[in-house]
Design a protein around this ligand. Structure first.
Ligand code: PLP
Length: 330
């Protein structure tokens, strides 16, 4: 029987989901104080689930907006709470992370929300802000850098991530939440968004995305076999380094707009000094089997996403191509 045919309540699938959870706990060193939930609906659903579970409609919450995903999360939260953007990088085209000392946090905020890695803009938190007081929890959308490096989970009340960048197929969304935060959902919260329901039922309240969870489990095993997230991060750093070096040493032919100290290890946006060459760049790269290099439609330029599964050889090939392209058109 394949995983897709199994009953999600049968002992075979139970052992699959339990092993996936236990391997993820090992990878991220997640303590028993936290629940690990395998949910559905993408990170976008969590934009609503978080305020619904953590706040009353009149509760204040703080958002640091370092890119368009953080902005979307903030807008969704406005339907279920009273969010306030305490810092936005929009006027600087989302190329920066704020200086934490300069933040003016609301002492009554239920949580402080960040997007740990802005996928479109390539801006990544290298360290995390500390909420003003113990009542306020730190919440992070880690969709696009989940399991790309070690993270101190104990700094967060909630970490959430769509699986599809680094750990499995779309359809699985992972929520890591401190157990004492569960059980306070607003009355109108749909059952499918209520963390208490999912925690009490070990993520099996309804039929979960079984095959996707199975695949996440295989990826967790592989990440452990690679030596865990310390080793995974070393590989990601090496890949990102050679790509950023190629951009920075191109005498301005290529340019990455992101502040050097917060450049993402996962998503590397860059532009060409001659924008008229961008279409040619994308087309010629595709001819050499390097695809998906066009930047997001909202920002233009190029973007190389170099998630865990991209081997060093893939990045080396791109860098060699970039040098050749520059030699021809520079
Ligand atoms: N947050 C980040 C950082 C993302 O990169 C994405 C998708 O790319 C989302 C949220 C939305 O995720 P989903 O499509 O799983 O709802």
């Amino acid at each position: 029987m394949s995983v897709m045919e199994m009953s999600h309540r049968g002992k075979e699938f139970l052992s699959i989901i339990q092993k996936a959870e236990s391997d993820l706990r090992t990878l991220l060193n997640i303590s028993d104080e936290y629940a690990v939930l395998f949910l559905q609906g993408g990170a976008t659903t969590q934009f609503a689930a978080i305020p619904l579970n953590i706040c009353s409609p009149d509760d204040a919450v703080d958002y640091i907006v370092t890119g368009s995903w953080g902005d979307k999360a903030f807008k969704e939260a406005a339907k279920y709470s009273k969010p306030n953007v305490i810092w936005s990088g929009k006027s600087e085209k989302y190329t920066k992370i704020p200086n934490f000392d300069s933040l003016v946090q609301n002492p009554d905020a239920k949580y402080l929300h960040i997007c740990a890695n802005e996928t479109i803009h390539g801006v990544e938190f290298k360290d995390y802000p500390t909420p003003l007081n113990e009542k306020t929890i730190l919440v992070a959308d880690m969709s696009s850098n989940f399991c790309s490096k070690p993270v101190d989970v104990s700094k967060f009340g909630i970490i959430y991530a769509g699986a599809q960048k680094n750990v499995g197929p779309s359809g699985v969304t992972i929520v890591i939440i401190r157990k004492d935060l569960i059980g306070n959902a607003q009355e109108s919260t749909p059952v499918m968004l209520d963390y208490k329901i999912h925690a009490e039922n070990n993520s099996l309240y309804n039929t979960p995305p079984c095959y996707g969870i199975y695949m996440c489990g295989l990826v967790f095993e592989d990440l452990l076999d690679q030596g865990g997230l310390v080793e995974v991060e070393k590989k990601n750093q090496k890949k990102a380094q050679i790509l950023y070096d190629a951009i920075d040493s191109s005498n301005g032919f290529y340019r990455c707009p992101v502040d050097k100290s917060v450049r993402s290890l996962m998503n590397v946006p860059f532009t060409l000094a001659k924008p008229e060459l961008e279409a040619e760049f994308v087309k010629t790269a595709a001819g050499e089997k390097m695809v998906q290099l066009k930047g997001h439609r909202s920002v233009g330029g190029m973007r190389a996403s170099i998630y865990n599964a991209m081997p060093l050889a893939g990045v080396e090939k791109l860098v060699a191509f970039m040098k050749e392209f520059q030699a021809k058109h520079g």
